[in-house]
Design a protein around this ligand. Sequence first.
Ligand code: FES
Length: 408
Amino acid sequence: MRKLPTNREGINKPLWLLAEITYRCPLNCVFCYNPVDYAKQHQELTTDEWLSVLNQGREMGAAQLGLSGGEPLLRKDLELIVKEGRKLGYYINLITSGIGMTEARIKNLKEAGVDHIQLSFQDSTREMNDFLSSTKTFDLKNKVAKLIKQYDYPMVLNCVLHRLNIDHIEEILSMAESMGAEYVELANTQFYSWASLNKKQLMPTRQQLDKAEAVLKKFRDRLGNKMKIYFVMPDYYSTRPKKCMNGWGNVFITVQADGTVLPCHVAGMLPNIEFANIKDTSLDWIWYDSPGFNLFRGDSWMKEPCKSCPEKENDLGGCRCQAYMLAGDAALTDPICEKSPHHEKMVKQFVKDAEKISAGEKPIIFRTDKESRRLIKEKDTCSLNIEESRLFEDGVVASSDKSRVGSI
Ligand code: FES
């Protein structure tokens, strides 16, 4: 039995509350980070339950509220949720595809108190934008971009990069500039959930990344602070892992559509950890006292090579979910780290193999209810490979490894 903190000493307050208020979504993005088995979740929290989450979070010290999904605009009570968030004093960020945004809606949301709207595009071209989301939404997104400016919001444009669109980085940045974007987030795909299923098709090549960085530099030199560009490199090209979520249970708290509370968007897939639901207990207990949130706090859970690594404070061993997905044990070093014995095969070799995949060789999987149900069925009949199976809520436990995480 591992010793858990018995009091609140040394545990930070949560600063960021992410409310994934619905998993319904009009888009079908191939890199969506929603759980691959989201179709299992039928019951969304009610308006009152969300208002209670917001109140509890604020009482605990959370200052930033992210409203995301799925598509948060699909909730008819979004304005009510925003209003409560504003009353409580949160800084409110709406993370949206723009689908469902009308002039009346943006006006209401502004009045209700949204501070910041982050609009996603899939690409600068209609063809690729519409292909990646499997919808015809490019023109609509352009209209929403105009509304965002018209209603005096800073324009925050987000575009997930990967092999299929990274060569358009110049056009994506030009599009953002012509829309008057103040911030552009170009995050290379993080390979979780649906993106993990499509990892081979989405992994950019080294050559693509080098070209993208050169374009990025050109834009940054020319535009400076006029348009701030955030560029996130894909983990797979690093030799040290990221300090994921700024530490497990350290800053972020995610509440899923059905009320399950997680330390990151995807931790629900980790086996043998029971994450509590807000309908059954308080946010305060979940954050401070629940076994799931305490499991990877600090560094006492670490194994070698993290345990004796002089850099462990910098990255806290990397991402727990990535360690599980790639090495089968969430308590191992994230294989992105070159000190991990899994780095060579799961990261370096993977990148080399992915370079050889030609477009269309492996069908890409779109995030749809139908696919989610199909995958659930295939998981249940053990038709998926081990890496795919690990993406499911309480994924498989490698047979050699039954005594590990969660046995606290
Ligand atoms: Fe879950 Fe990194 S995504 S800890």
